[in-house]
Design a protein around this ligand. Structure first.
Ligand code: SF4
Length: 230
């Protein structure tokens, strides 16, 4: 019997049948980065190879459920979002994150990826806005930064530093200069680690040094105190 399925359709079906381990898919306001405050669909992938001291998503380290990419896309579509954020955990720790990103871009969403910076960005769909964490000394995971990711950043991407203390701030300021980050990406975000550094103190340091960075407060923490599903 002749197989009448067009080659393109069968390739798309194979992609859609791939699976990812998912902690949660939900609709909320974006809590961070350039689209902060905008309604966004979130896909939180399970698992992370890092253990930052301030991690607020330890519930995503394990467990989760397997979904096909088609099932994930259908759940996202039910929210009729403009913005979709793929996050974790560390989403890039699961290789099938890459085809998911492409699938979501093909569906016409404005897709962002939140990544901890330890895994290569090579292969991330160029339509995706990557928000790359650089881990500071006080995060406990400084040694995991993959600096080879920096040349892979695109002008629409963003770099985030979560700062715990003055030493972290000095280190981030050095990285900003060393890698010319403000010229390389659209936004450099300095975020105070919740309960470790006062936002006002960080604001005053940024002003005193006239840094080309955006102070970022985590809206979802102010609104929902880190409850899962937000
Ligand atoms: S990279 Fe993100 S998810 Fe992983 S431990 Fe650090 S803060 Fe938590």
């Amino acid at each position: 019997m002749t197989d009448c399925t067009p080659r393109g359709d069968s390739a798309a079906a194979a992609v859609a049948a791939q699976t990812l381990r998912i902690t949660e898919i939900f609709y909320s306001l974006q809590g961070e980065a350039r689209t902060v405050g905008l309604p966004t669909a979130f896909v939180r992938l399970t698992g992370c190879p890092l253990r930052c001291v301030y991690c607020d998503t330890a519930y995503a380290f394990s467990g989760g459920e397997l979904f096909t990419l088609a099932e994930i896309a259908a759940q996202v579509a039910a929210f009729a979002p403009r913005y979709v954020t793929v996050t974790g955990g560390e989403p890039l720790a699961q290789p099938n994150c890459l085809p998911l990103l492409g699938l979501l871009c093909d569906a016409g969403y404005e897709v962002s990826l939140e990544t901890g910076g330890a895994i290569s960005l090579a292969g991330v769909d160029p339509r995706v806005v990557t928000v790359l964490d650089l881990k500071t000394p006080a995060s406990g995971e400084l040694a995991r930064n993959d600096y080879a990711n920096i040349p892979l950043l695109r002008p629409h991407d963003q770099v985030k530093f979560v700062l715990c203390d003055r030493q972290d701030y000095e280190w981030a300021r050095f990285q900003l200069d060393q890698h010319r980050l403000a010229e390389r990406v659209s936004d450099v975000l300095f975020s105070p680690s919740h309960g470790q550094l006062e936002a006002r103190e960080l604001a005053e340091w940024i002003l005193a040094d006239n840094l080309p960075v955006r102070l970022q407060l985590q809206l979802h923490k102010l609104l929902w105190q880190d409850a899962p599903g937000h």
